[in-house]
Design a protein around this ligand. Structure first.
Ligand code: IMP
Length: 430
């Protein structure tokens, strides 16, 4: 019987999922992306070369791994081709990649509208990646979107494109943006169909076949749970659900297959973009952690905001996504601090909250209730066994487990695959 593992981000994205997905992708027979698009981004370093991925699954470097871009994604085919070309230039030419025929397609006007919405919002802007993710998902749910499978049926594609342009051009005009003509778009996308067509298929079928075999299947989440459209810090969120709960719909499988969820969380917190961030740090301490953790966005290069580990968020996410283990990332970045802090509750209008409130207006009023623990000075970047960590570091990990009621199954102490402490036997055996 197959083995499944879902790896999801448990904070505001950029938790170090790239390292974890790469770690497990090396051993996986299949890697599946099930939500988001090229708003995600991570770098993978091996054999002295740096590769960057946005929408392509992490198993692309292993010729034996089947990579799937599931129906729950919004796929920008232009950017997929650019990513593949870049990988080709770097010598990655032997791979297996399939794209769902049901995946929504990100069209050029989606990025235009993303930028225009943001500009109109002025001070209330979300700080999106401007890749058109929100507008593409909006069109999917408004049922005016185009899907990857449409590319395989030129006449149908033409019909759908005409219908979409009729509406989109009105919208674009209202923002003072240039309209799109049918023919150049049609020609361009027929060229794209020629390039990507052989990869477009009913990927749910492929995944279900793998589920019934003895394959190891990795479901690779993008973004983080606090950016979830339903459960995150709305409206400062992305337009999909990064939770393990979105795997069944976004991959086209039964929910009964989901039984091993790894929540990736930094040993502290970061976020890019706008929105309240209760444990946020400023000044020297934020600067020190930002520099030590190289906390700058992979897609946008923006400096990330820094905060203490937020156990209120972690508990909430564990409840929503059914986290079986934490992977605690960038643990080495905390070495050298005199003390470390964990947020155990939010104080708001004289009340102590044990979960984030639903509105950001209320979240903005929340003050973190922090516990302070002794830090550790030792360099831990070579430690490979939990027992060999300094006592204060072990205490910090145990405290997180105690507050969140979820075991820490893995700890990352550096960027290399080898700099990983694996505590959970199940994860060690995947
Ligand atoms: P969008 O996904 O481009 O619409 O952006 C919405 C919000 O999600 C913004 O705050 C982005 O910075 C954030 N976001 C989107 N993708 C990622 C990611 O992969 N990592 C971290 N933040 C992200």
């Amino acid at each position: 019987m197959s083995e499944r593992l879902v790896v999801i981000g448990s904070q505001w994205g950029d938790e170090g999922k790239g390292k974890m997905t790469d770690y497990f992708a090396c051993r996986a027979d299949m890697v599946v992306r099930y939500q988001g698009g090229n708003n995600a981004g991570h770098s993978v370093v091996f054999d002295g070369k740096k590769y960057s991925l946005q929408s392509i699954p992490s198993g692309i470097f292993n010729p034996k791994t089947v990579n799937v871009m599931g129906n729950g994604m919004v796929v920008n085919p232009v950017s997929v081709i650019a990513e593949l070309e870049k990988l080709h230039d770097q010598g990655i030419t032997d791979y297996q990649l399939y794209i769902s025929d049901r995946a929504a397609m990100v069209m050029p006007w989606h990025a235009d509208l993303d930028g225009a919405f943001e500009a109109k919002k002025g001070k209330g802007l979300i700080g999106t990646t401007k890749k058109g993710i929100g507008p593409a998902y909006s069109d999917k749910y408004s049922r005016v979107g185009l899907r990857m499978g449409d590319l395989l049926e030129p006449e149908y594609f033409a019909e759908r494109l005409n219908a979409a342009l009729e509406i989109k051009n009105i919208e674009l005009e209202s923002y003072g943006l240039p309209k799109y003509e049918f023919q150049p778009v049609y020609d361009r996308y027929m060229e794209i169909a020629r390039i990507l067509g052989p990869r477009i298929t009913d990927t749910s079928k492929l995944i279900n076949e793998a589920l019934r075999s003895d394959a190891k299947i990795l479901f690779e989440g993008a973004q983080g749970m606090m950016l979830c459209i339903d459960h995150g810090t709305y409206p400062y969120v992305t337009s999909s659900t990064p939770s393990a709960a979105s795997v069944p719909v976004g991959a086209g499988i039964s929910p009964k297959w989901i039984d091993n969820v790894l929540g990736v969380a930094k040993a502290y917190c970061t976020r890019v973009g706008e929105g309240p961030f209760p444990t946020e740090l400023f000044g020297e301490q934020a600067h020190e952690i930002r520099e030590r953790g190289h906390e700058y966005g992979t897609v946008t290069g923006r400096p990330r905001r820094i905060g203490w580990f937020d156990a209120v968020v972690a508990r909430y996410v564990a409840r929503l996504a059914g986290i079986d283990n934490w992977a605690l990332m960038l643990f080495d970045v905390l070495s050298g601090l005199d003390t470390v802090k964990i947020c155990t509750g939010y104080e708001c209008d004289g009340e102590i909250l044990d979960a984030p409130p639903s509105t950001i207006a209320r979240l903005a009023k929340c003050k973190p209730v922090l516990i302070e623990m002794p830090g550790w000075k030792e360099d831990i970047t070579d430690v490979t066994e939990f027992e060999d960590l300094p006592q204060a570091a072990k205490d910090y990990v145990r405290k997180i487990e105690e507050i969140t009621e979820v075991p820490v199954g893995m700890i990352s102490v550096g960027p290399d695959r080898k700099q990983t402490i694996t505590i959970s036997e199940k994860l060690a055996n995947f």
